[in-house]
Structures are given as structure tokens and as C-alpha cells.
Ligand binder design. Structure first.
Ligand SMILES: *[C@@H]1O[C@H](CO)[C@@H](O)[C@H](O)[C@H]1NC(C)=O
Ligand SMILES: *[C@@H]1O[C@H](CO)[C@@H](O)[C@H](O)[C@H]1NC(C)=O
Ligand SMILES: *[C@@H]1O[C@H](CO)[C@@H](O)[C@H](O)[C@H]1NC(C)=O
Ligand SMILES: *[C@@H]1O[C@H](CO)[C@@H](O)[C@H](O)[C@H]1NC(C)=O
Ligand SMILES: *[C@@H]1O[C@H](CO)[C@@H](O)[C@H](O)[C@H]1NC(C)=O
Ligand SMILES: *[C@@H]1O[C@H](CO)[C@@H](O)[C@H](O)[C@H]1NC(C)=O
Ligand SMILES: *[C@@H]1O[C@H](CO)[C@@H](O)[C@H](O)[C@H]1NC(C)=O
Ligand SMILES: *[C@@H]1O[C@H](CO)[C@@H](O)[C@H](O)[C@H]1NC(C)=O
Length: 653
């Protein structure tokens, strides 16, 4: 329309100057709806020197200006003869004598689209076809002006227009399918441009992403006619991503593969980029993109972000992918050797997802449990020989377990065990010296005139030592009962010296009373190794006996002892020997401990244990009572049902 206007205005100016020439003035372009009519405004001039002869006649040609090409005649003022396709349709509205050649064409069809030339016939040789023409466009649809780019959330004007060049048929124009539009505004307009007219209606609204692909229509109707014209357009609304869908966060086992999907709603199709943290993993221009992750490793755990960007906007959504795995073998300290009384901490760390629970076990028994971010620390304070053992840190989560262990060896100065004594037997005097210590103590016997340090046998004595599990036993058999003090007292002057790198002690061995003969005989014949077995048996008996005690905590100890004389012999022992006994039994290991702590189980009669004989039974009862007066590290006496645990403090880093 604008271009027409620009063309037309200069023509008006030119008109005056050229009015004395052959000139025609008609719109370059004009349009009409099918079945309606069109009035082509037209004026013309001819040279002032020309005098029309027998009036002015006019002809409209269709297509070509030159008669010799026989163009279809649209209208001829001199006759009724016109081309078939214009028969009955054309009428000259203008007055040729007034140089007005305005033409009406009725009931146009698309076949009438084309160029219309005017030819003035002034008589004689003054016949002239003007080269300027009107181009008629016959439409079967209204026109809609759609901007090249429709962007979401920006106000949009859509103009629907129809030619209005038929005075008898005035179009009515409406927008259709606008019900779903937010606040549509309709602005009708009628534009006349150089004698051609256009009716328009502008639809103004703000499109949203949801309107992408929606249809809108413009409908033209001529009242009192059956003629209806419609044009439907589909909206292409550009919008930045308005949703980026990704999988929900999830947990996956290591080694598995996953496919993460990302779906972006945008127009046009976005570029989808997958990031792991800041690292770009893939990029692709599509409405959806799948990220394949194979053989997942713990380091693949993290935030995955999908970014959609199409130039109109950018949007991202993240998800967390957790990679689960069973605990790794825990890191723990190396095995170590520690001196009694020292304190230290043991560290255990393991990786796993979920975070593993760390458990400390000593010789198979629970010492502490903790779930810690960094690890578990086991504090061992002022350790006693019982701290000796295998420490295992067990890491567990729902996907598995792993453990590592270390050995703690506690070294301690020698302690004389109270089985040490001398006994007078028929053959002479037998002395036994038992000491525990780590390193295992060296045992020497000191006679008033002789120090016996190495295994040997001669006509005066027979000496041998044996060491096993932190316990050393030395036995000397003196053939002469007369190894007595030179001053004639009844004591046997045998001293036992026990030593290791942490200390040494020399003790005079007490002489057992005569009633112990039988035992001495047995001990003498079974030998030193038997003594060890003997002690073990005693300890087992203690365990069982003790269980009984635990079952009846309120009962008096004495009333349970079956042999009162044995009880008596036990209680007369001094505190020092009691402590040694406890130490000895505790050192005999976790098996003993577990017997003590298991409240149920094999409750066999102690009699069956005491198969070694009467002397042994006596020893057994004796040991049992001593245990009942066990001693704490702080020196106070305790009941045997105390737990006696020395590892108490567990803390996280
Ligand atoms: C030519 O004739 C038409 C129809 O009568 C009229 O509407 C128009 O104004 C005339 N044009 C001029 C330039 O006089
Ligand atoms: C992510 O979602 C897609 C589509 O719903 C699904 O096919 C795929 O298995 C999902 N991925 C995971 C790891 O769940
Ligand atoms: C993913 O995009 C492809 C084309 O890029 C399309 O054919 C397919 O339907 C899309 N899938 C989904 C779930 O949108
Ligand atoms: C994701 O979007 C947020 C804002 O919504 C932006 O701060 C961040 O930089 C975006 N991340 C990426 C990877 O584009
Ligand atoms: C055990 O290892 C931790 C960490 O290296 C250390 O701090 C600690 O002292 C170690 N403990 C012992 C007894 O060596
Ligand atoms: C601990 O000692 C046992 C033997 O008592 C041994 O078999 C094991 O290998 C030791 N463990 C470590 C970690 O040194
Ligand atoms: C035996 O050893 C002790 C110290 O170890 C020493 O005092 C004593 O004199 C020694 N006796 C003999 C007879 O060598
Ligand atoms: C004495 O003999 C026993 C076994 O015969 C042996 O184990 C021990 O080491 C020996 N002791 C010495 C000091 O030679």
C-alpha cells in the first residue's frame, strides 16, 4: 500500500506539466475479492493540440496494450463487443468527455487478475494506448500481515485486510479463534491510498509460549451475499526454554550404567548441553538429549545439569546422581608393640557410599561402633597386658563390608605368679617359679652358693625352663633335702629371679607344707609343661565356677564353696598374690574372657574338669576364689562380675 502511495503522489505533480501530453492516471495496483466488484479510477489527458473528432471513445485492454496482439477487450465505449470473460461485467463510470475513464468491473474472478490498459480514441489517427496500466489482483482470501518473528511476551500486531474498492459491496471483517487469547484488542481501520481503499482490522495481544502452533483466522463477509472469505494462520511463537526436565536425583550402584534424559520445551529447538559440575559432557541441538554414563565410578557422583538455550533464553535443571559402593578396605595403623601403661590412639578410615559404619573388634569382640565422616578413633589409655590382641576395624554399609586388622603386643615387666613355690618331696626339694612378662622373662634360681641360669642336670639339681605365651616357667629339682639354711632353720633358701628388659625381681620361694607332698610328687613327675596345662584347667574351672556366681549375684561366696578347708587356704593368701593370680588368668586370653561374659552356655560341672586328681581340685577352688576378688587397675578390688573392660573411650575425629 505504501509503495502505491509513493508512486501516486509524484504522478499528481507531474500531471500539470504533462497535462498537455498523452497521459493516463490510474492506480498501478488494485485488488478485489472474488465475486465482488472493483472500480478502477482512471483519468487521462491528451495533447492540447488534438481536437477530438466525433467525441472521445475509450477502450480497456486486458494483458497487452497493443491492438495488433489482439488483447481481450474489457470495455469499449463505441460498441458492446467485449471479450467473453468480461461480457456483462464492465461498465464505464467515468465521463470520457471529462477525461474520466473510471471503470467498474463486476463479479470478478481470479481469471480477471492482470494488467488493464486504457486506449483513448479521439478520432482519426489520434488513437493512443497509454503505457501505464493498472494491475488488478483478485483475491479469494483476505490478507494477513504476520511479522517475520513472533516472540513470546512481546506485544504483537496482526493485521488482516481486504480490498474495499467495490462501492456496492462493503466487506465486514473479523478475527476468528481469538477466545483463548489474553486480552485481545481489535482495531478496525479503513485506509485509502490513491483511490484504492483497504479495510483492515488489527489484532493486538501478547502471545505466550502456549500460543505457539495455535491457529488464528480472519473472516471476511459481504452482508446480504453468500460470500465468505477466510484465512487461517498458525502462530510460530518464539520462546526461550520454559521447562527443562531431567530425571530425578537417584542412587545407583557403582559399575552400573545410567541414561539421564533432558527434555527442553522451547521454540525453536534448543541446544542442550549436559554438565557434570562445570565440565561440559555433551551438547546437541534437539528438543531432548540423553546422557549415557557407563560403568559408574564413585567419582561420577555429583550434580548433573542440563542447560537448554535457543537464543531466546536459557534455562537449566540439575539432578544429583549418587554412586553407591561397598566399603573399601579400611586404612588402620600398623601393628605395634606398646609398653604397659602407655596410651595411644588407633585410627580407622574407610570409604564407602553410604558412609560405612566403623566397628572396632578386639579378638572378635565388639569394642566400639561409630559412624563417622572421617573415621573412627579408638583410644587406648594406660594399657594393661589385657590390651594385647588383634584389633580389627570393620567397615559396613548396606552394600557390603571390609575390614583390616592390626596386632597390639603389650610388653610388660615380669610378674611372679603365685604357683611359684618349693615343695619337699621324697627325692628332695622341687621348686617351681612361674612368671609372666613380655618379652617372656628369664628365670634363674639362686641357691646360697650357686646361681643356676641354664638348662642342665647334674647330681645336685635338675633345672629346666620353658616359655610360652608370655609366661615362663622354671623348675628346679634339688636332689638333696638339705638345701637349707646353714643356720639350720627350716626354710629352703631358694630364690627365684625373673627378669626381662623392663624389670627384674628376685623372690624367695616359700616352702609348701608337708601335706602338699602328693602334689609335689605329681608335679614332679608330670613336669613343668603339665603345670601350664594345669593352670589352664584351673582357669577354665574358674570360668565355670564364676558363671555360677554370676547367676546368683546376691549369694555369699563362702556358702557355695564345697570344701571349707580349701576356702580357708584361699583366703589366707595375701593381696599381692591375689593380684598376680588375676593377672595370670586374664592373660590367658579372650577365650577366658568370653567364658566369663557369656551368661549361658555349657554349664558343665567343675568336677569333670578336675580330672587331674584331688590336688588339682584344691588348686582349682583356690583359683576361683582369688578371681572373685579381682583387682582393678586402680588397685581397688572388684567383684568378678564387673566387666573389666579397659578400652572405653571412643571418639570421632
Ligand atoms: C470520475 O468519475 C467517477 C465516477 O463518476 C467519480 O467518482 C470520480 O470522482 C471522477 N474522477 C474525477 C477525477 O473527476
Ligand atoms: C530418566 O528418565 C527417562 C525417561 O523417563 C527414563 O527412560 C530413564 O530410564 C531415566 N533414567 C534413569 C537413570 O532413571
Ligand atoms: C526427542 O527428540 C527427537 C528428535 O530430536 C524426537 O524424535 C523424540 O520424539 C524426542 N523424544 C521425546 C521424548 O521428546
Ligand atoms: C543455571 O541457572 C542459574 C539461574 O537460574 C544460573 O545462575 C546458573 O549459572 C545456570 N547454570 C548453568 C550451568 O548454566
Ligand atoms: C595411628 O595413625 C594415626 C594417623 O596416622 C596417628 O595419628 C596415630 O598416632 C597412630 N597411632 C599409633 C599408635 O601409631
Ligand atoms: C597378627 O598376629 C597374627 C598371629 O598372632 C598374625 O597371623 C597376623 O598376621 C598378625 N596381623 C598383623 C596385621 O600383623
Ligand atoms: C648370683 O647372682 C646374684 C645377682 O645376680 C649375685 O649377687 C650373687 O653373688 C650370685 N651368686 C653366685 C654364687 O654367683
Ligand atoms: C631349656 O630347655 C627348654 C626345652 O628343652 C628350652 O625351651 C629352653 O629354651 C631351654 N632354656 C635355656 C636357658 O637353655
Amino acid at each position: 500500500m505504501k509503495s502505491l502511495e509513493l508512486l501516486w503522489l509524484p504522478l499528481l505533480f507531474v500531471l500539470k506539466d504533462v497535462s498537455a501530453q498523452w497521459n493516463v492516471w490510474m492506480p498501478k495496483d488494485i485488488s478485489a475479492m472474488t465475486n465482488s466488484c472493483v472500480v478502477i479510477p482512471c483519468s487521462f489527458t491528451y495533447p492540447s493540440g488534438v481536437r477530438p473528432y466525433r467525441g472521445i471513445h475509450g477502450i480497456f485492454y486486458f494483458g497487452h496494450p497493443y491492438p495488433q496482439l489482439f488483447p481481450p477487450v474489457v470495455f469499449k465505449s463505441r460498441t458492446e463487443i467485449v471479450h467473453e470473460s468480461f461480457k456483462g461485467r464492465t461498465k464505464l463510470l467515468g465521463d470520457l468527455s471529462q477525461k474520466n475513464c473510471t471503470l467498474l468491473i463486476n463479479n470478478v474472478g481470479t481469471e480477471h487478475s492482470g494488467k488493464y490498459y486504457f486506449r483513448a480514441d479521439l478520432g482519426g489517427a489520434n488513437i493512443y494506448t497509454y503505457p501505464d496500466f493498472t494491475n488488478l489482483q483478485v483475491l479469494d482470501q483476505p490478507n494477513i500481515d504476520v511479522p517475520e518473528e513472533i516472540v513470546s511476551d512481546r506485544s504483537l500486531d496482526l493485521v488482516c485486510y481486504v480490498p474495499d474498492n467495490c462501492p456496492d459491496m462493503i466487506p465486514e471483517i473479523h478475527w476468528m479463534y481469538t477466545d483463548y487469547l489474553p486480552d485481545p484488542v481489535f482495531t478496525p481501520d479503513n485506509v485509502e491510498e490513491g483511490n484504492t481503499a483497504v479495510q483492515s482490522i488489527t489484532l493486538t495481544f501478547t502471545p505466550r509460549p502456549m500460543h505457539n502452533g495455535q491457529q488464528l483466522g480472519c473472516r471476511v463477509h459481504y452482508p446480504n451475499t453468500p460470500y465468505i472469505y477466510e484465512r487461517i494462520i498458525s502462530l510460530d511463537v518464539r520462546y526461550g526454554p520454559r521447562s527443562v526436565w531431567v530425571n530425578v536425583s537417584q542412587e545407583v550402584m557403582e559399575g552400573r550404567s545410567v541414561v539421564l534424559h533432558c527434555d527442553v520445551d522451547s521454540n525453536p529447538v534448543p541446544t542442550i548441553t549436559w554438565y557434570f559440575g562445570d565440565e561440559e559432557l555433551m551438547s546437541e541441538t534437539a528438543s531432548n538429549a540423553s546422557l549415557f554414563l557407563e560403568d559408574l565410578k564413585p567419582e561420577n557422583e555429583g550434580v548433573y545439569t542440563c542447560v537448554g538455550d535457543n537464543g531466546y533464553g536459557s534455562m537449566n535443571t540439575s539432578m544429583y546422581l549418587a554412586v553407591n559402593y561397598p566399603p573399601r578396605e579400611p586404612w588402620i595403623n600398623e601393628s605395634l608393640i606398646a609398653l604397659e601403661g602407655t596410651s595411644f590412639t588407633l585410627h580407622c578410615n574407610s570409604k564407602g557410599n553410604p558412609m560405612p559404619t566403623l566397628t572396632w573388634l578386639k579378638d572378635g569382640e565388639l569394642v566400639g561402633t561409630i559412624t563417622a565422616e572421617e573415621g573412627s578413633v579408638l583410644e587406648l589409655n594406660d594399657i594393661t597386658p589385657q590390651a594385647d590382641g588383634v584389633y580389627r576395624c570393620l567397615a559396613e554399609n548396606e552394600h557390603g563390608k571390609a575390614s583390616s586388622s592390626l596386632n597390639i603386643t603389650v610388653e610388660f615387666a615380669p610378674v611372679l605368679l603365685d604357683d611359684s613355690k618349693c615343695t619337699i618331696v621324697r627325692e628332695g626339694v622341687h621348686c617351681i617359679c612361674i612368671a609372666s612378662g613380655n618379652p617372656e622373662p628369664t628365670i634363674e634360681f639362686h641357691l646360697p652358693d650357686l646361681n643356676i641360669t641354664i638348662n642342665g642336670s647334674n647330681n645336685r639339681y635338675n633345672f629346666f625352663t620353658h616359655s610360652d605365651h608370655y609366661t615362663s616357667t622354671g623348675i628346679i629339682k634339688l636332689r638333696d633335702k638339705g638345701e637349707r639354711g646353714s643356720n639350720g632353720d627350716t626354710g629352703v633358701h631358694v630364690h627365684c629371679s625373673i627378669s626381662n628388659i623392663y624389670g627384674s625381681e628376685t623372690i624367695r620361694l616359700e616352702l609348701q607344707q608337708e601335706k602338699k607332698y602328693m602334689m609335689a610328687v605329681i608335679v614332679g613327675t608330670i613336669g613343668g609343661v603339665a603345670v601350664i596345662a594345669f593352670i589352664i584347667a584351673a582357669v577354665r574351672y574358674v570360668g565355670q565356677n564364676n558363671k555360677k556366681e554370676n547367676g546368683n549375684p546376691g549369694q555369699d561366696v563362702g556358702s557355695k564353696v564345697e570344701n571349707p578347708s580349701m576356702f580357708y587356704s584361699a583366703v589366707k593368701k595375701d593381696k599381692q598374690s591375689l593380684r598376680k593370680k588375676v593377672l595370670k588368668t586374664e592373660l590367658l586370653g579372650s577365650k577366658f574372657n568370653s567364658i566369663l561374659e557369656e551368661g549361658t552356655g555349657d554349664d558343665s560341672d567343675y568336677q569333670s574338669v578336675g580330672s587331674v586328681g584331688v590336688m588339682e581340685r584344691q588348686e582349682l577352688n583356690y583359683a576361683a576364689l582369688e578371681f572373685l576378688h579381682g583387682r582393678h587397675r586402680d588397685g581397688s578390688f572388684r567383684r568378678a562380675d564387673g566387666d573389666g573392660s579397659d578400652y572405653t573411650e571412643i571418639k570421632t575425629k
